[in-house]
Structures are given as structure tokens and as C-alpha cells.
Design a protein around this ligand. Structure first.
Ligand code: AMP
Ligand code: ZN
Length: 145
């Protein structure tokens, strides 16, 4: 198998197949760079995905120009979901890497309409260990360029 070139279609990638029209999807938006389509296993009613047309495995591979467009586009789509579905709230969720629960390694952002707290069954965090928290923050700060 050839090594994956950034942005070129990846063999067997479900979202590349959707983007290329080889797999069906129910679309809510598309332009030259992005498409948004309904999730086939929605976490809530109206859950859809915003994906790049080109194949980038995670946020870290995406070119800056696309990154700059992604959040304003998500905002526009989320506003339409709030209005169209008459929901009061939404989550944006974006998984990067298997350990983060990313099942489809082609960049996408979940737009999840929300009607009430607790709908997603996420457990609240546990209180931080305040002796370690500054050190953890420092480990991150050290790598900011
Ligand atoms: P993630 O875990 O962030 O990679 O999420 C992948 C999402 O893609 C899941 O919510 C799946 O339900 C959804 N999904 C997988 N295949 C399809 C498909 N063919 N059409 C629409 N959504 C899909
Ligand atoms: Zn892909």
C-alpha cells in the first residue's frame, strides 16, 4: 500500500467515500472544502458531522486555511441547527486519535443538538490534585512556541 499523502483520498476511508459520492449520506451543507451530513448513529436527534472534503486524519494534519474556516462554518451550522430543530443548546465535539475515541480517522467535528443536561451520559470530572496541577500546566506551557 502507498503511504498516505496529506489531503489525498485514503483507501477504505468512509468519509472519503462519502465526500466522493461513493457512499450515501444525508447532507445538510457542502462547498468546495467541507461537507456536513447526518450522523448514522446520532448521540441526540439532529446530530451531524462537519468534515473536510479532503482526507486529513486529525486536526494536526489540517492546513491552516481550512482550520481558519472550520469554526466559523461550525458556528453557522450550529445556529441553523438551533433554529431548525428548536433546541436551546449544542455541543461541538472533535476526537483526535484512537485513544480519544476517534473511530473514523478523517477530520470531522460533531455538532450535537442538546435539549437537557445529562443527555450524553458524560460523568463529571473529579477534583484536581492541587499539588500537581501547576506542574501539569507547566509541562504544556514549555511546548508552546
Ligand atoms: P468519531 O468517533 O469522532 O470518529 O466519530 C465517527 C462518527 O461517524 C460516529 O458518530 C459514527 O456514528 C459516524 N459515522 C460512521 N460512519 C458513518 C456514515 N457512513 N455516515 C454517517 N455517519 C457515520
Ligand atoms: Zn478520508
Amino acid at each position: 500500500m502507498k503511504p498516505q499523502e496529506m489531503g489525498s483520498p485514503a483507501e477504505g476511508c468512509v468519509f472519503c467515500q462519502i465526500a466522493g459520492g461513493r457512499l450515501p449520506s444525508i447532507r445538510v451543507f457542502e462547498d468546495d472544502d467541507f461537507l456536513a451530513f447526518m450522523d448514522i448513529a446520532p448521540l441526540t436527534e439532529g446530530h451531524f458531522l462537519l468534515a473536510t472534503r479532503a482526507h486529513y486524519a486529525t486536526l494536526l494534519e489540517m492546513p491552516g486555511g481550512l482550520l481558519a474556516r472550520a469554526l466559523p462554518l461550525a458556528e453557522k451550522l450550529a445556529r441553523a441547527a438551533l433554529a431548525g430543530l428548536a433546541v436551546p443548546a449544542f455541543n461541538l465535539l472533535q476526537n483526535n486519535g484512537e485513544a480519544a475515541g476517534q473511530a473514523v480517522p478523517h477530520w470531522h467535528l460533531h455538532v450535537i443538538p442538546r435539549r437537557r443536561p445529562g443527555e450524553l451520559g458524560l460523568a463529571p470530572g473529579t477534583p484536581a490534585d492541587m499539588t500537581r496541577l501547576p506542574l501539569t500546566a507547566e509541562k504544556i506551557r514549555l511546548h508552546l512556541k
